[in-house]
Design a protein around this ligand. Structure first.
Ligand code: HEM
Ligand SMILES: *[C@@H]1O[C@H](CO)[C@@H](O)[C@H](O)[C@H]1NC(C)=O
Ligand SMILES: *[C@@H]1O[C@H](CO)[C@@H](O)[C@H](O)[C@H]1NC(C)=O
Ligand SMILES: *[C@@H]1O[C@H](CO)[C@@H](O)[C@H](O)[C@H]1NC(C)=O
Ligand SMILES: *[C@@H]1O[C@H](CO)[C@@H](O)[C@H](O)[C@H]1NC(C)=O
Ligand SMILES: *[C@@H]1O[C@H](CO)[C@@H](O)[C@H](O)[C@H]1NC(C)=O
Ligand SMILES: *[C@@H]1O[C@H](CO)[C@@H](O)[C@H](O)[C@H]1NC(C)=O
Ligand SMILES: *[C@@H]1O[C@H](CO)[C@@H](O)[C@H](O)[C@H]1NC(C)=O
Ligand SMILES: *[C@@H]1O[C@H](CO)[C@@H](O)[C@H](O)[C@H]1NC(C)=O
Ligand SMILES: *[C@@H]1O[C@H](CO)[C@@H](O)[C@H](O)[C@H]1NC(C)=O
Ligand SMILES: *[C@@H]1O[C@H](CO)[C@@H](O)[C@H](O)[C@H]1NC(C)=O
Ligand SMILES: CC(=O)N[C@H]1CO[C@H](CO)[C@@H](O)[C@@H]1O
Length: 326
């Protein structure tokens, strides 16, 4: 009996140790806080929904925030850290233009620290708030979120530039950026569907409108009617202020419509259009024209995204305030 229980203790230690390595989402589980902070997920949802009810643009902000957090040094809440006198943080790198919703995360964190001090990570708040904000219009959770992430304390603008894919990328570069995060071409296509909500500044696509090939023309892979419309919206090549809906007419609804317009050559970025330049990716786009396929695929791919280089168990910390290291 004694040997058996010793053996079990030994097994538990081995298994715990083996799965505490970084990557692959080891240590994440559903409802991680059910014993330590049973109301955690309810609190996140309640506050997030209150804000989304007043600001329908927020889901796009929080979904993109989650993407940026995960792609830069793993899903560790580092996207929330403010720059200091001697460090320019991720949120101040150029690809972060228009990241927003930090106030919502801060409000959630304050409420959670009141309910269960030092328990819930900022990284998990970002993951939950992204899901909850997008789910608001459906009055139910669109996907499950694993929790148990802990917070990092490194946030570097240079890392953001090196890891966030550029909207000017071709298919090869995009798939390489995703592969570095253990995400497949399948994940790349499916997650690009997030561009069914939200807006973009003209500077990320206006090169496609004005003098694209040097003959005063637009990008031939862009729908000509749509290009003409975009030209009237964006004043000129260097318009850094105007924003345009990425899924025109439907930019507040989370659905598979991104793939419908993509097929009509109305993907806004070169990185969107690039998905049609690869046979495998393009076949998947066709499958995602079925909205049930899209939701199911998105659930799986965003779960994988949420596992990128996570800190769990004894790694990382629980930040007291999301915008500063402890
Ligand atoms: C495939 C590579 C990707 C590239 C090159 C890319 C690039 C961009 C760019 C340039 C913008 C416009 C930002 C602005 O002007 O404010 C944008 C917006 C957005 N992106 Fe992506 N993105 C990619 C993948 C993703 C993924 C994986 C997600 C989430 C799962 C995502 C979610 C969003 C959302 C929701 C917005 C709208 C933000 C808003 O309305 O403020 N993107 N993206
Ligand atoms: C949800 O938020 C509202 C308004 O902020 C508050 O009145 C209510 O008690 C909250 N409910 C829960 C379960 O936290
Ligand atoms: C609702 O949104 C408006 C503008 O977006 C803002 O001025 C106002 O403070 C918000 N109200 C609440 C309760 O958050
Ligand atoms: C960064 O600056 C703060 C003061 O703003 C200082 O306390 C800290 O030691 C500095 N850290 C490094 C690594 O230079
Ligand atoms: C939202 O869902 C809740 C619980 O499932 C339900 O009680 C409520 O009536 C729903 N609200 C709307 C507007 O459908
Ligand atoms: C894709 O872009 C990269 C980086 O700009 C470039 O080196 C590569 O040749 C391009 N690939 C194709 C197939 O155009
Ligand atoms: C990708 O998976 C490998 C093998 O499981 C792991 O060693 C690596 O840390 C993972 N990388 C990321 C970015 O998650
Ligand atoms: C278009 O590009 C070509 C080649 O780069 C350049 O010679 C020409 O001046 C440009 N035209 C305009 C209107 O900018
Ligand atoms: C481009 O358009 C923006 C926005 O309307 C304007 O502020 C800027 O002066 C324009 N720049 C040029 C070179 O025309
Ligand atoms: C361009 O978009 C329109 C809808 O606005 C669509 O009817 C047309 O088929 C598209 N053209 C191409 C080449 O996809
Ligand atoms: C950052 O976190 C590591 C552990 O994850 C810790 O050893 C280190 O002291 C922390 N640094 C700061 C500045 O908080
Ligand atoms: C929201 C935010 O932090 N935006 C920053 C993005 O990067 C530009 C250029 O580095 C900054 O000027 C913005 O303040």
């Amino acid at each position: 009996m004694k040997y058996l229980s010793n053996f079990i203790v030994f097994l538990v230690i081995v298994v715990t140790f083996a799965s505490s390595v970084k990557g692959k989402g080891g240590g994440l589980e559903q409802d991680f806080y059910k014993k330590t902070c049973p109301k955690a997920e309810q609190i996140v949802r309640n506050i997030t929904w209150t804000h989304v009810a007043n600001n329908s643009k927020l889901p796009a902000k929080l979904l993109r925030m989650f993407f940026h957090d995960c792609f830069v040094g793993g899903c560790d809440g580092s996207v929330l850290i403010d720059s200091t006198a001697n460090n320019t943080a991720e949120k101040d790198a150029i690809p972060n233009k228009s990241l927003a919703g930090f106030d919502v995360i801060d409000e959630v964190k304050t409420a959670l620290e009141k309910a269960c001090p030092g328990i819930v990570s900022c990284a998990d708040i970002v993951a939950l708030a992204a899901r909850d904000s997008v789910s608001f219009q459906f009055n139910q959770s669109l996907w499950e979120v694993e929790t148990g992430r802990r917070d990092g304390n490194v946030s570097l603008a240079s890392e953001a530039l090196a890891n966030i894919p550029s909207p000017f990328s071709n298919f090869t570069t995009l798939s390489q950026r995703f592969a570095k995060k253990n995400l497949s071409v399948h994940d790349l296509v499916v997650l690009s569907g997030a561009h069914t909500i939200g807006v973009s500044h003209c500077l990320f696509f206006s090169n496609r409108l004005f003098n694209f090939t040097g003959k005063g023309d637009a990008d031939p892979s862009l729908n000509t009617t749509y290009a003409a419309t975009l030209k009237t919206l964006c004043q000129n090549q260097s318009d850094t202020t105007t924003t345009v809906a990425m899924d025109p007419g439907d930019s507040l609804t989370f659905d598979n419509h991104y793939f419908v317009i993509l097929k009509q050559k109305q993907g806004l970025f070169q990185s969107d259009a690039a998905l049609l330049t690869d046979g495998k990716a393009s076949n998947l786009v066709d499958k995602l024209l079925d909205s049930k396929n899209f939701i199911n695929a998105f659930k799986n791919s965003i779960k994988k995204m949420g596992q990128i280089e996570v800190l769990t168990r004894n790694n990382g910390v629980i930040r007291k305030k999301c915008s500063v290291v402890n």
